[in-house]
Write a protein that binds this ligand. Structure first.
Ligand SMILES: *Cc1c(COP(=O)(O)O)cnc(C)c1O
Length: 473
């Protein structure tokens, strides 16, 4: 880790002062910041310290940057607090929760048109990152087995995907030593659509990742076209390359809003799919799902067996202990909403996204990138009508003054000169709130348009991929 400069409060002896109301002399009025205190603190004082500091965070309702659920119904909160102490990995001890977990991923498999949802394999995970990595590990292991069986080397695996993939794919390639082959997106090809794929795949390709809901723009990679391009490659070269769909957000949108779109197991080349239960699955953070088309897509040697109900059950996970509450909450949402309920909720988010896009269209200083037609995400860039004295970063700052958290970031490689701003519409972002935002956006732009020289604030530093991972995705 690079050394961080010592900021205020980073001195080794820095302390936190307690509110005098919570201190009963002769108890100490301060607590060491960086060391475990030698003694105890009253629960009320400890609570106050944590509560007040966490209260400095932004208000999740005005966080238009995140895809992750920030509100659930009181019944869900009740289930959450009833199950906080249960460890998901204790399948023998908490066999009812284990049964619910299995039911959930089979429901998801069915939603994604797995040929035999009751005879395939799936898993819950801490999020799409872990879920996607499990999918990619299965691709890699299958490729290794096939190569070894053919007496060929296995030392140079690669994974083909668009340059606009989420950071979890860079992590997979880094941690599991796979070469990332990035097909650059461009203005002509804003998503991975199968064109140029033949230049990127070869006998060392473990698979192609398609994204259903690109994090930068909310647009869908064209999975059916990618599949067709791979069919042609197979016909020509004999290489049979599978697809993993990273449907972190789209996996819980497309089945309800674009049921005709073929992106899932209806395409025989799609071997596995992940989604984030905590995005449009509508559950609080800490939940992902991965499902394979069929059991044979997961090599036996990736599976660990854990005791369960006197027998053994197959598991696939990177973590061991995990909270089980989110799994129960997912089942709650499945029961609570059903197909029609999910459709209504996602449709409402999409309607608000389209309303947003319509509002942005009326602002000459902005040009839309995506209008919420795929996942309910709206992104825009600056147009030539802006006076040139300000950037979208300045606009983000002004919106932040009004409490709105709206990320601004450069597009990926080859498009890095394009800076976009993005709003993610989630359940709970009402049309009213959208109107308040649009009006704040309009006045922030009017203020910025009235400046007559370049804003003299220090220039925005170029965000590192890490910062983007933290603040945008
Ligand atoms: C959010 C996201 C991820 C990472 O998901 P987590 O659930 O946060 O781990 C991966 N891929 C895409 C396309 C995403 O939008």
């Amino acid at each position: 880790m690079p050394e961080t400069p010592r900021a205020h409060g980073h001195e080794p002896d820095a302390v936190i002062s307690l509110n005098p109301m919570y201190v009963r002399p002769p108890e100490s009025a301060t607590i060491a910041r960086w060391r475990l205190a030698p003694g105890e603190t009253e629960p009320s004082a400890a609570y106050q310290v944590v509560h007040e500091e966490a209260g400095l965070d932004g208000n999740p309702r005005r966080n238009l940057a995140t895809f992750v659920t920030t509100w659930m119904e009181p019944e869900a909160e009740r289930l959450y607090s009833e199950s906080v102490g249960k460890n998901l990995v204790d399948k023998d001890e908490y066999s009812a929760t284990a049964a619910i977990e299995e039911r959930c991923w089979r429901i998801v498999a069915d939603l994604w048109n797995a040929p035999e949802p009751l005879d395939t394999i799936g898993a819950s995970a801490i999020g799409s990152s872990e879920a996607g990595i499990l999918g990619a590990l299965a691709l890699k292991r299958r490729w290794q087995h096939a190569r070894r069986a053919a007496g060929k080397p296995t030392d140079r695996p690669n994974l083909v995907m668009s340059s606009a993939v989420q950071v979890c794919w860079a992590k997979f390639c880094n941690y599991f030593e796979v070469e990332p082959r990035l097909v650059p997106i461009s203005k002509e090809h804003p998503v991975l659509d199968g064109s140029m794929l033949a230049d990127y795949v070869d006998e060392n390709t473990i698979g192609v990742v398609a994204i259903l809901g690109v994090t930068y723009t909310g647009m869908y990679d064209q999975v059916e076209d990618i599949s067709r391009a791979l069919d042609e490659i197979e016909a020509r070269t004999g290489l049979s390359i599978q697809i993993h769909v990273d449907a972190a957000s789209g996996g819980m949108i497309a089945p309800f809003l674009q049921p005709e779109l073929k992106w899932d197991f209806r395409l025989p080349r799609v071997a596995s799919i992940n989604t984030s239960g905590h995005k449009y699955g509508l559950v609080y953070p800490g939940l992902g799902w991965v499902v394979w088309r069929e059991k044979t897509a997961v090599p036996e040697d990736l599976i660990f067996w854990v005791p369960y109900l006197g027998g053994n059950t197959p598991t696939l996970a990177i973590n061991f202990s995990r909270p089980s509450a989110q799994v129960l909450l997912q089942y709650y949402e499945f029961l609570r909403l059903g197909h029609e309920g999910y459709r209504r909720v996602q449709r409402a988010s999409q309607d608000v996204a389209k309303h947003f896009a319509a509002g942005v269209r009326t602002m000459p200083e902005l040009t839309l990138w995506s209008d919420g037609g795929d996942i309910p995400v709206v992104a825009w860039q600056l147009s030539s009508a802006a006076n040139g004295f300000w950037t979208l970063h300045d606009l983000s700052d002004r919106l932040r003054m009004r409490g709105w958290m709206v990320p601004t970031y450069a597009m990926p490689q080859d498009l890095t000169d394009i800076v976009v701003q993005r709003v993610v519409v989630r359940n709970g972002l009402s049309r009213d709130l959208a109107d308040v935002f649009l009006s704040d956006l309009r006045s922030a732009i009017a203020e910025l348009q009235s400046v007559s020289s370049v804003l003299t604030l220090p220039p925005h530093h170029v965000e590192s991929a890490h910062e983007r991972a933290v603040s945008v995705f």
